[in-house]
Design a protein around this ligand. Sequence first.
Ligand SMILES: Nc1ncnc2c1ncn2[C@@H]1O[C@H](COP(=O)(O)OP(=O)(O)O)[C@@H](O)[C@H]1O
Ligand SMILES: O=P(O)(O)OC[C@H]1O[C@](O)(COP(=O)(O)O)[C@@H](O)[C@@H]1O
Length: 323
Amino acid sequence: MSAASLHVVTLTLNPALDLTVHADGWRQGEVNSGQGFQLDAGGKGVNVAAFLADWGLSVTATGLLGDENPEAFEGLFRAKSVHDAFVRVPGSTRVGIKLVDGAAQETTDINLPGLAAIPQALAELDTRLSALTADHTVFVLAGSLPPGVDAGFYARLTAKLRGAGCFVALDTSGPALTAALAADVLPDLVKPNIHELEAALGRSLHGEAEVLAAARELLRRGASLVAVSQGEQGALLVSSHEAVRARPPHVNVKSTVGAGDAMVAGLISAHADRLGLTDAARRATAFSVGAITRLGAHLPPHAELEKFVTQVAVEAVEGVETA
Ligand SMILES: Nc1ncnc2c1ncn2[C@@H]1O[C@H](COP(=O)(O)OP(=O)(O)O)[C@@H](O)[C@H]1O
Ligand SMILES: O=P(O)(O)OC[C@H]1O[C@](O)(COP(=O)(O)O)[C@@H](O)[C@@H]1O
């Protein structure tokens, strides 16, 4: 498999138009003045597709998209040559509020539920996904499930896709993640942030050793790579033979929206290039750092990314036994 021959599908059942509002020093419960706003097509799989396309991979984005406001998504897909395989559904895709305090370098997210999925649309999506398995080998299942989709959706789809020989990456939260991690067949790659992992496992994870133990539990049950992201503290990446901690350099953050999606995209690109864990950790962290230095799901030019790659600190985590 060469990177050029790898065809990736990203699935976003619950895309979002991200409304970023800049309001330096804003205070909860008070009248605040903002400096401006920006609207970007987003949602986890949409963002992963955009980052992968910037990197140069062939990507198909599918999922459910409201037919009343698809323009920003269609514009993004055209601009980045992402193949648009979204099923159009009646209604408007949700808006997500992203409140950025540039002075404090803080982003506050308010994610709304999204359009309820209708059975006909889910049936059409199922047909498209089955057709895509004929010539796509990597599937990224990303984001929350909209109303109308039961929590076991990703767990069932993972079993089906892995059964068809595909590589499956999962980035979700809440009951959908809990169900996927408790299933008989786990995704190959799981990228929860620490809060999502704690919620899915139903326990707090204190310190590196407990996070490592939780990741190794998932490896034993069938995952091949677990990346637990922890915001500006970086991420713990664990495979069956190794564990590393990757720390990002300090950068001027424009918005942290899409940091995790960029990490997923970086890990998929590393999978395509068959990178070892240390290089994958560098690549994925560089994607995240690149993403947060700009608004919207855009990677910096390759030269800037390469600079970030050299600035990521990766260290082996000691005391790891083979899972
Ligand atoms: N403030 C920050 N400064 C530097 N890097 C960051 C910052 N926030 C996130 N990152 C990078 O992005 C990665 C993913 O971020 P995280 O917030 O954990 O993901 P998610 O968006 O899924 O919650 C982190 O592992 C880190 O490398
Ligand atoms: O699908 P969810 O969990 O509701 O999240 C949707 C939001 O996540 C994003 O994809 C950003 O995700 P990350 O910051 O975790 O990378 C936004 O574009 C979108 O508004």
